[in-house]
Design a protein around this ligand. Structure first.
Ligand code: AMP
Length: 418
């Protein structure tokens, strides 16, 4: 199977060639012709499967084919994503694959000034890549018109549900024509997703591609038991001793991420933190520096890391174990993919033994334990609760208060699971 067989026209094939792709991935081989036919599609595909090109290429093709000869540009395609980072990445793909076609697109997400978005909307765009919150702000202010949308893409629909975006999505849907093509992409097909699809899609074609390698198979995982206070020293030791050059470190809280990055920096290990309280510019900068190798350690919270194109990393460290066992699998999925060996280590103190049990249950086996000499756990340490539950709130501290109404919303501000 080659890209030439999928029904895409030359300007798009040229962009694909320039990217150096020669073979479509399974989701592209199956998805592109189906999407070109114009029907609704429900695809189970995770990040890393090539799903973004899988919907962007046929989307561009259809928009080209149905482009009106004259008249102002109108928004004819809308891609909704759960996070700003993902919106920025999808926008990048639209720019890349669409570089030889005369279509315009713009990202619409919070945390950045409204003005450039307003200017772009006024000048006219064909494609919007948006997070639901900021798009609703524009809808409420009457600065965007979605009545000409022909295709809606819901990217990472499961994440959007987890983050509580369903009411916002419904509001956006109310501004779209009922007659449209809807494409839903989700890592999983849960009962919830099926319910969402029933309300939003019409007899969709279902596409499921083989899941990427399960983390447990390809990643070398180790648990280092350690005392609560010994974690930071152990992390510095592991990075130095192993001469780790690119390490993604996960912490449970935004505050914890900041504090750890600062301490590591003071230890002489170039580190920065990325989380929902950082401005978009700061996050983009931190990610760029990490990718270029200027910072050795990127400390992130789960929600901030979600959707980021930082994969195939040699080292992932769970400084804190995640509250949700499935997040462990997502985290370590950042390493050891596509045949490249990867290493995931977890620094586990007495407070987290219960979480560890839950993770091992999800993995279906126990993780290798190795105590590092000089960083032994303190046998007198007693478990303490990881987070207090204030009355009426069931959220872990990573999740901030979610603002109601049309106000600006932070991706990390929405709880994914209570
Ligand atoms: P995605 O699943 O959309 O996040 O894509 C994962 C990565 O695969 C991205 O870095 C793409 O640039 C890359 N990619 C997408 N399609 C192909 C392809 N057909 N061949 C090689 N790489 C690809």
């Amino acid at each position: 199977m080659s890209f030439n067989d999928l029904g895409l026209s030359e300007p798009l094939l040229r962009a694909v060639r320039e990217q150096g792709y020669d073979t479509p991935t399974p989701i592209q081989a199956r998805g592109i012709p189906t999407i070109l036919e114009g029907g609704d599609v429900m695809a189970a595909a995770q990040t890393g499967t090539g799903k973004t090109a899988g919907f962007t290429l046929p989307l561009l093709e259809r928009l080209m084919q149905t482009r009106p000869e004259r008249g102002p540009r109108r928004v004819r395609a809308l891609v909704l994503t759960p996070t700003r980072e993902l919106a920025a990445q999808v926008q990048e793909s639209v720019d890349t694959y669409g570089r030889h076609v005369p279509l315009k697109s713009t990202p619409i997400f919070g945390g950045v000034s409204m003005r450039p978005q307003l200017q772009a909307l006024r000048r006219g765009v064909d494609i919007l890549v948006a997070t639901p919150g900021r798009l609703l702000d524009h809808l409420n202010q009457g600065t965007v018109d979605l009545s000409s949308v022909e295709t809606l893409v819901l990217d990472e629909a499961d994440r959007m549900l987890d983050m509580g975006f369903l009411p916002d999505i419904k509001r956006v849907l109310a501004a779209l024509p009922a007659k449209r093509q809807t494409l839903l992409f989700s890592a999983t097909f849960s009962e919830q997703i099926a319910g969402m699809a029933r309300g939003m899609l019409r007899s969709p074609t279902r596409i499921e591609v083989a899941q990427r390698n399960t983390a447990a198979e390809s990643v070398n995982q180790t648990v280092h038991p350690v005392s609560r206070a010994g974690k930071r020293g152990l992390l510095s030791h592991l990075v130095r001793d192993g001469d780790w050059r690119q390490v993604l470190v996960f912490t449970r809280t935004k505050h914890g991420a900041d504090r750890l990055a600062k301490q590591l920096d003071q230890d002489g290990l170039a580190a920065s933190a990325i989380h929902g309280n950082k401005s978009q510019a700061a996050r983009t900068r931190a990610l760029g520096q990490f990718k270029q190798g200027r910072t050795r350690i990127l400390v992130a919270t789960d929600i901030a890391a979600r959707g980021l194109d930082i994969e195939h990393l040699p080292h992932v460290v769970n400084f804190d174990l995640p509250n949700v066992a499935e997040d462990y699998v997502h985290r370590i999925g950042r390493t050891g993919r596509a045949g490249k060996g990867g290493e995931a280590v977890s620094l586990v103190c007495v407070d987290e033994l219960k979480l560890l049990k839950g993770i091992e249950k999800v993995l279906g086996g126990s993780i290798r334990k190795h105590t590092v000499a000089g960083f032994e756990p303190d046998p007198s340490e007693r478990p303490e609760p990881l987070f207090k539950k204030p009355a009426g709130r069931r959220r872990p501290p990573e999740a901030g208060q979610r603002r109601r109404g049309g106000g600006q919303r932070r991706d990390a501000g929405a709880s994914r699971r209570a």
